[in-house]
Design a protein around this ligand. Structure first.
Ligand SMILES: NC(=O)c1ccc[n+]([C@@H]2O[C@H](COP(=O)([O-])OP(=O)(O)OC[C@H]3O[C@@H](n4cnc5c(N)ncnc54)[C@H](OP(=O)(O)O)[C@@H]3O)[C@@H](O)[C@H]2O)c1
Length: 334
């Protein structure tokens, strides 16, 4: 029954989002010391440390704990990934090159792209031209379901378009026909050194329960919609318990929704108390929940602002106030 309702919801939202032109599908698409080497430090913020010492419940277990000093997390694949980055959905051509360049200049070392964003070439160009050693930058891309039937070709095309020697992380963008086949092709590419880590996007509890027994490599990352109005509080601990890192998309609500979220009274008050912006408070809330953030922006001031997340900490009370904003309100259809 839940599946049936999900399907109905999916189709209604797909229709609504297409009608208002806000669907990701329509796109024609503080200085990080992050590296992709295999460091194994598991230091956490002072608050998280005292929580684990006191045995207090939190969902950060296994290798999903964030290191707030290096601003990285060590993935179950052994690689280190920055805990904040730049999302590139809807950025194409020169705008994408300039945005990624601005991010890299401001210390961002994690870039999220996808076949469906039609910007892998631009991301690759910015990475290659940055002068930053390749191993210090972590690039995520994704295979779209219409590529799952011939995943080997799709992986080669991504490598060619990005042209950055290897892909740090490849995700399946959504569940779909032949997703297991596509994942197995990514596993093979890992063994060949073409891809370093693999993961999933838009996989929730039921989908993971069904999918994981069919594959060999446990995903290193699951990327799902997460923001104060759609918090996934049941899904995040489930994924963490599997030793999988969680990354949130639409951290600021997504285009078309940012005004309401950034103007939210509760968030604005907390922001004022810390002398920070609403965007920074939302991003910090994610980090303290153990969720990696990849806000999208083409504005260099916003890109810089979105890196300044490590000179303040939200109190338990503030975290709870934001947790209480959850409306189970999804802003995209998958
Ligand atoms: N796996 C998936 O299915 C999926 C789906 C959607 C998105 N994603 C990924 O998640 C990333 C994030 O999502 P998104 O970019 O669509 O939405 P978002 O990060 O929630 O919001 C982006 C919007 O916020 C604005 N913004 C960014 N920083 C700001 C700041 N400090 N102050 C005020 N406004 C700010 C941007 O405008 P300006 O350009 O003016 O800064 C842009 O309009 C995407 O780029 C993509 O990489 C993945």
């Amino acid at each position: 029954m839940k599946k049936f309702l999900d399907i109905i919801l999916t189709f209604s939202l797909a229709f609504a989002m297409t009608a208002c032109g806000n669907s990701e599908q329509e796109v024609t698409a503080e200085n990080s010391a992050a590296t992709t080497s295999t460091k194994t430090s598991t230091a956490v913020s002072e608050k998280e440390k005292s929580k684990s010492e006191s045995g207090e419940e939190n969902s950060l277990k296994n290798n999903t704990q964030f290191n707030f000093e290096t601003k990285t997390v060590t993935l179950n694949s052994g690689y280190e990934m920055p805990i904040y980055g730049l999302g590139t959905y809807s950025l194409t051509g020169e705008e994408c090159v300039q945005s990624v360049t601005a991010a890299l200049e401001n210390g961002v070392r994690l870039i999220d792209t996808a076949y469906m964003y039609h910007n892998e070439k631009s991301v690759g160009e910015a990475v290659r031209n940055s002068g930053i050693p390749r191993e210090e930058i972590f690039v995520i891309t994704k295979l779209y379901p219409n590529q799952f039937s011939d995943p080997e070709t799709a992986i080669e095309q991504a490598l060619e378009k990005l042209d950055i020697e290897y892909i740090d992380m490849m995700l399946l963008h959504h569940p779909g026909t032949d997703d297991v086949k596509a994942y197995k092709a990514m596993e093979k590419a890992v063994s060949e050194g073409k891809i370093r880590s693999v993961g999933l996007s838009n996989w929730y509890v039921e989908e993971l329960e069904d999918f994981l027994p069919q594959v060999s490599i446990t995903p290193a990352l699951v990327q799902n919609e997460i923001h104060p109005y759609y918090q996934e509080n049941d899904v995040i601990p489930y994924i963490h318990d599997l030793g999988i890192v969680v990354q949130g998309w639409y951290p600021l609500g997504g285009r078309g929704y940012t005004k309401e979220l950034l103007g939210d009274e509760v968030i604005s008050e907390i922001a004022e108390a810390h002398g920070k912006s609403s965007a920074q408070v939302i991003l910090r809330w994610n980090l303290q929940k153990g969720v990696v953030v990849i806000p999208g922006s083409s504005n260099p001031d916003h890109i810089k602002e979105n890196t300044e997340l490590f000179d303040f900490e939200l109190t338990d009370d503030e975290m709870e106030k934001i947790n209480a904003l959850d409306r189970n309100e999804k802003h995209d259809w998958y």
